[in-house]
Design a protein around this ligand. Structure first.
Ligand SMILES: [Zn+2]
Length: 374
């Protein structure tokens, strides 16, 4: 992660670069944010920048031996402490045991959440913590001789998840730091961090990403329309994570809309072959999504029915759905709306009771054929 991978946050970047230039570098720094603003990639980019042999006024070079090792997250003087799920059977007791997974997880992913990391660890419903056992590791790592770096960095992600024994050990290190060692911490709940750690660390508050910067990043990364990007950037209040979630929701939405259109067309045209192909395709998307799709169909039927009583601008549909409704809504009327809703509810029920999805969707297509021409 480089400074250029961090969206916006120009002020924080300038502050960090200035500290590198003046060599006034507090040995314990706590980056705080409310999630999705970029505190972790900022801390990573800073660590890389400090150790780059050929840095420019804005970023690390990406070519020197230090940068190359940072690229692979294998620099011998870069240490990570992060919440994890311990398991004796799986031989996962300290962060070191998760290191390969952790590197893979971070690769090309500047923004992430604890839930994503839990998924990566296949943790089920377990909580992730930084256990007391980790305190020996912290001491061990920092008692090693520095191999080659100008600054040895220990990056602590979410110190609020630290067992008190471990937090106290870290506090000792912060109070009497080994030479040329930086402790960079990234917290989303600083009020839960040990008070004495807080008071001995330089605090760097990372504010939500500026709307303009987030908009530009969404246009660039997702190739979406500027209007849409601006809308999502505002909606997500400066969190890249929330923006990405909103985008994948709207992707799902357009997928469902296409399926709904196809289903209605097949039924209208009595296209049995099409219905069968569709049932095959929908049977592959998983039960949760099948249920979501059927709930979505009910929403569209309801909105298309309501269209006849109010103007299209007052509905709860997005632009694409509204444009489809201009032609489709006349087919949903008082003679079939209740039966259509009934069939969709029944299909949803059958899916949740583990009836074969192929049968459910094929049968649904046939039933809609009988209803749609009423
Ligand atoms: Zn470099």
């Amino acid at each position: 992660m480089y400074f250029r991978d961090v969206i916006g946050q120009e002020e924080v970047k300038a502050h960090l670069i200035r500290s590198a230039e003046t060599s006034v570098i507090p040995h314990a720094q706590l980056f705080t944010e409310s999630g999705g603003a970029g505190a972790f990639p900022l801390a990573m980019a800073y660590a890389r920048y400090l150790n780059c042999h050929n840095r420019s006024a804005t970023d690390a070079c990406g070519q020197c031996p230090s940068c190359r090792k940072y690229d692979e997250l294998v620099h011998p003087d870069l240490h990570f402490i992060f919440p994890m799920v311990a398991s004796k059977e799986k031989k996962k007791e300290v962060c070191e045991d998760y290191l390969p997974k952790w590197r893979e997880f971070l690769h090309g992913r500047p923004y992430f959440t604890i839930d994503q990391w839990l998924d990566e660890m296949e943790a089920g419903n377990s909580q992730a913590l930084i256990y007391s056992k980790e305190s020996d590791e912290i001491i061990r790592k920092l008692s090693l001789k520095i191999y080659e770096a100008d600054y040895r960095v220990m990056l602590v992600w979410l110190p609020e998840k630290m067992h008190p024994v471990c937090a106290n050990k870290l506090l000792k290190v912060i109070e009497e730091p080994p030479a040329n060692t930086l402790i960079l911490m990234v917290s989303e709940s600083p009020d839960l961090v040990l008070g004495t750690i807080l008071s001995r660390s330089q605090r760097i508050h990372v504010r939500p990403i500026q709307t303009e910067a987030l908009t530009a990043a969404l246009i660039d990364q997702y190739k979406i329309e500027p209007d849409n990007a601006r809308y999502i950037a505002r909606l997500s209040a400066g969190s890249y994570i929330r923006a990405a979630d909103a985008l994948s929701l709207s992707e799902e939405n357009s997928f469902f809309l296409e399926q709904f259109k196809a289903m209605m067309r097949n039924s209208w045209a009595r296209n049995v072959k099409g219905m069968k192909a569709m049932a095959d395709a929908l049977s592959a998307i998983g039960r949760e999504r099948q249920k979501n799709f059927l709930a979505y169909c009910q929403h569209l039927i309801r909105e298309n029915f309501i269209c006849r009583f109010q103007s299209l601008e007052l509905n709860y549909m997005n632009r694409d759905e509204t444009s489809f409704a201009t032609n489709f809504s006349p087919y949903v009327n008082e003679r079939n709306v209740f039966d259509l809703m009934d069939e969709l509810t029944k299909a949803e029920l059958h899916i949740s009771r583990n009836v074969s999805p192929k049968m459910v969707f094929f049968d649904l297509g046939l039933r809609i054929t009988a209803l749609i021409k009423k």
